[in-house]
Design a binder for this molecule. Sequence first.
Ligand SMILES: [Zn+2]
Length: 187
Amino acid sequence: MSLLNDSVMWEAVETCDSNYDGLFLYAVKTTKIFCRPSCKSRPPLRKNTIFFSVSAKAVKEGFRPCKRCRPDLIDAPNDSLVVVELAKELIEARYSSSFTLDELAKEVGMSKFHLQRLFKEITDLSPQKYQTRARMLRSVHLIENTSDSITDIAHVIGYKSSAYFSEVFYRYYGCTPTEFRKRRDNQ
Ligand SMILES: [Zn+2]
C-alpha cells in the first residue's frame, strides 16, 4: 500500500479496494453520504468526492453513513479519536522537549503518516504546530504571572535561543514577549 494521498485514495474508491477500509472514508457532496473505500455503490464523480479519516468528522460536516457499507461501524472512530487525544496529551505533557513524529507515532501505536493526517484533520494543526501552540500558551502564562526573564521563559518552554523564541512569539501574537510584558505592566 502506498502513502495516502488524494490520488491513491481516489484510485482505491474507483477500484473498491477493501485494503483501504478503516484507513479513510469518502463522502459525496451531492448525496451527503459517506462510504468506506470498498463500497459497491456507484462511484461518485471525482469532483464531488471528499475524503475523511474518521467518520465522526464526516458526520460533523453533515454527511450520513451509507446504509450499504456502514462506514460508521468499521471505521472505529472512537479509537482514532482516542489516539489523537493521547497524542495531544503526550505533546502537552512534554511540550518543552523536542520529539519526532516517528517517536510520537510509535508511542500511540499508529503509522506516522496516518497519525499526521488524522491529527491534522481533527485539530487543524500538525503535531509540531500543536507543540508550538502549547509552548506559546505556556509562555503567555509565564509572562503574565511571573517576573522570570524572557530568556528564562524561552528556556523553560524549550527554546535554546530567546531570539528564536521572540520570533515565534511575534508570529503568534504580533508583538515580542518584551512588548507583551510591557503592555501587561501598563495595564
Ligand atoms: Zn457505501
